[in-house]
Design a protein around this ligand. Sequence first.
Ligand code: DPP
Ligand code: ZN
Length: 883
Amino acid sequence: PKPIFLKDYRAPDYLFDKVNLTFELGEDYTTVTSSILVRPSHSGGSPPLILDGAEPKDLELVNVKVNGKALQTGDFERSQKKLTIVSPPAEAYTLEIETKIQPQNNTALEGLYKTSGNFCTQCEAEGFRRITFYQDRPDVMARYTVRIEGDAARYPVLLSNGNLAEQGDLEGGRHYAVWEDPFVKPCYLFALVAGQLTHTEDKFVTMSGKEVTLRIYVQEHNKDKTAYAMRSLQAAMKWDEDTFGREYDLDLFNIVAVDDFNMGAMENKSLNIFNSRLVLATPETATDGDYTSIEGVVGHEYFHNWTGNRVTCRDWFQLSLKEGLTVYRDQEFTSDMTSRAVTRIGDVQRLRMAQFPEDAGPMAHPVRPQSYIKMDNFYTLTVYEKGAEVVRMYETLLGKAGFRKGMDLYFERHDGQAVTCDDFLAAMRDANGADLGTFPLWYQQAGTPRLSITTHYDEAAKTFTLTTKQEVPPSAGQPVKQPMLLPVTVGLLGPDGADLPLSSVNGRPLAGPDGAAPTSTVLRVDQAEQTFTFDNIPARPVPSLLRNFSAPVRLTSDVTDEQLIFLLAHDSDPFNRWEAAQTLARKLMLDLVGKAQKGDTLQLAPAFVAALKDVLTDAALDKAFIARAISLPSQSELADMMAVADPDAIHAVHKFVTRTIAAELRAELQHAVDSNRTRDAYSPDTASKARRALKNTALGYLASLNEADITDMALADFRSSTNMTDQLAALAALAVNPGEARDTALAEFYEQWKGDGLVMNKWLGIQAASSLPGNVAHVRSLLEHPAFDMKNPNKVYALVGGFASAAVNFHARDGSGYEFLAEQVLKLDKINAQVASRMVSAFTRWRRYDDDRQSKAKAQLERIVRTEGLSENVYEIVSKSLE
Ligand code: DPP
Ligand code: ZN
């Protein structure tokens, strides 16, 4: 397989102005007729027109016509994955292509496929080429008309993008519908759905008074589960008007929920297709986390209508142009709908847990990658989450109003175009007349910058100086890096814990929006080493560094443990209060890991436990914040910070610290459980979610004690809970300890929910991610369980992905975890390469472990890479891991 490079980008020789697609849906095969108005993009002759396609077994070519005349052998070439029109006309012409496909046999779930008996599509990134031959690239934008014909009884609902133009009956019990999309779009935004679906309907009146019909299509048995997704859609539409002045542009917006879907959801123009887990919710079946995800992802896909669809990407290297920006937008939406501080904490936690390791591993790539073998492999945390951090840094540097100006200019300049990350940067810069310095490096350099800050207080001069040093670690293909522009938001706390006014830095006066000295300021850190001196600081302050995580860096500083405890108690920046507890916990736990490795007795610093107790019992604090603040850093985060990761020692320490906190704060934790239990009907509002978050976090701590009365309480809670959030939390608590209660609860849960596939994924997930010793055998047995299905991505993510997330078992000394994963990857690769590739990614960090584990993991990677007929998807991840 050969990589594709950004530097080789060339504009297409041919533009497609108009596309007419006809689908004749069938049980044995589906015929697709594509009629394209082709226009040469320049006057320099007429080079061959090369169209992307799939292998003959996946895409059968029936005929090709130019201006109505069938082409003869020699006029076109059908190679393994392409169709070339050898010498096309030099003027505009109509190209007609007829193909046959078998959606019913398409287990890759890209292109046109069947799910629960219905037809549906997934074309991003390069699935459209499995439907018909096309210039499958985002800078080819056309207007589409789509005619769908199918059996009226089997496929009563026929949907595509845009407006319904026509529908009617045909002979032989068939019927048809014609959809017209007035907006130009790249083919990755094409969608088709046909089948037996029911829908719920509501409306939204836009800011200019236009009424939009909103429909959510689901299978009949799910009809009562769409209310929250509908509400989320309406909230998102309103939010985008209020926040960015963006109005919806058609009279109809459809969402379809399907059970078999590789991704979370897809923003096809006016016909969003969703993984059903991100649409369907009732209090009994969905957790608070599910509700939050539904709101966020419904928002995300809706926001793409402007950031992705109206303005799209020139090429796939620019993916973060739409994804980083749209993640930023959905994060802001969630912040405004729920709690800003808690949302930020969750977002940073995910970044640190998953993106930082990616950025330090063999798949490290810039937010704008420079090459890929398979684009599907680059729908990464780096492109999405780090990309969102990059967008957030514009906001931090330019201010909220400046950022909005940049967005307005971006839409004004580029509506209807396919553009690049440079265009976005130019809009931000030009709208503000800003000097963005070396900011473009964020799109070019991979790796997480390391920022270290040392501080000095000069008692006599009353100055406080920060010395910053930054370094970007080398990554594959990028041995040497330049210092980057890091916006570092800083505040200084006085002895009473209040923010000190910051009157000047490096002799430059500072003024807040009201002219007074601000209590927080953004330092522009862009050199390898710099100093920043604050004047008029009356007493030695405690610095609050990198407030709100203003840049995605690994920060180290000389802030002491005592100062961290002080920050946890007083910082006006709630993110940094949480961060203070996390920083302290990471330090203490890594220190304990060292002790555990030497076999020393472990002891937890009493000051840390006391600080957690203060947070836990502070009635003035948001309960969701408390739940986050008392939660320990994840095991993977700790592993990521060690020179040689030791999953056994980390697990032992995690368990020890959890138990110690539970034992010492037992009364307070029990109170948190008791006082936050309620008999009220479930509501997914922020305050109710916060109460459950605190109760269930406390329950998790208590469960670690493995005592009979706690187990009894958890089992009683499990049986009496009336919503999935509480039921699942109780099940998770019971599942921590082996024994009868665990087995009973798992069995009862299964009996109660075996008819609900989405809930069964939770049941699989809890068992798969268990840290009980030797769990691999149990997970193997679950592969055979009726609740599992290798063809369904959600089930694979729950069982195989869940297993790989439990470090102690995945990295088991005997190599059984590695062997298990390799086996499943090879099985999956034949079914669905995208899913296989996601699963194999658990191996990428293999070099972070000891020699023995390395050799076992390497053997499995070699076994995979040697396998004949391996997909490009898996090949790319594995070969890069072995480099
Ligand atoms: N479905 C993916 C997303 O919305 C790809 N566009 O992020
Ligand atoms: Zn997206």
